[in-house]
Design a protein around this ligand. Structure first.
Ligand SMILES: [Zn+2]
Ligand SMILES: [Zn+2]
Length: 152
């Protein structure tokens, strides 16, 4: 069991910081290797920048535009008449589907409410958590033994 170089407090060898004075415990850092782990939530991968927008240079003939519009009108008309035929039946099926989905959701909610305990368990009494790194703090030290944060 090593002792703190700074204050002489007995510390655990895997505690990176002295819980009494916050001094670094070099043994714990050496045990983990020379490279310090990245802080929690840190992402090393940076998303690639979006590709540059390609400028499309199109030469449009007015005659082609007119022909295209005419084709689109014809296509749209056919689609519209087809949709009207199927619409009432489609709406009926859709309505039934929505009702069935609602019932399923209500049933699931009821089942979940019955399965879950009414309240979440509070954390164990006396267990302190570091406000800086979120790790549970062992013992009654004044400093976090994970990151060296001074504790209230
Ligand atoms: Zn110390
Ligand atoms: Zn901490």
């Amino acid at each position: 069991m090593p002792f703190c170089d700074n204050c002489g407090q007995q510390i655990d060898e895997n505690q990176k910081f002295c819980p009494n004075c916050g001094a670094r415990n070099e043994l714990a850092f050496k045990a983990q290797g020379s490279v310090a782990p990245p802080p929690p939530g840190h992402k090393s991968e940076v998303p690639p920048p979006p590709p540059p927008k390609k400028l499309i240079d199109l030469e449009i003939d007015q005659e082609d535009v007119d022909r295209g519009v005419e084709k689109a009108r014809r296509g749209l008309g056919a689609a519209f008449s087809f949709a009207k035929k199927g619409l009432s039946k489609g709406a009926e099926i859709a309505g039934k589907g929505i009702d069935a989905a609602k019932e399923t959701i209500d049933e699931r909610r009821a089942a979940q409410a019955a399965a879950q305990p009414p309240a979440t368990q509070p954390p164990a009494e006396g267990q302190r958590v570091c406000p800086s790194c979120g790790e549970p703090v062992t013992g009654s030290g004044k400093f976090c033994n994970h990151c060296g944060q001074k504790l209230e």
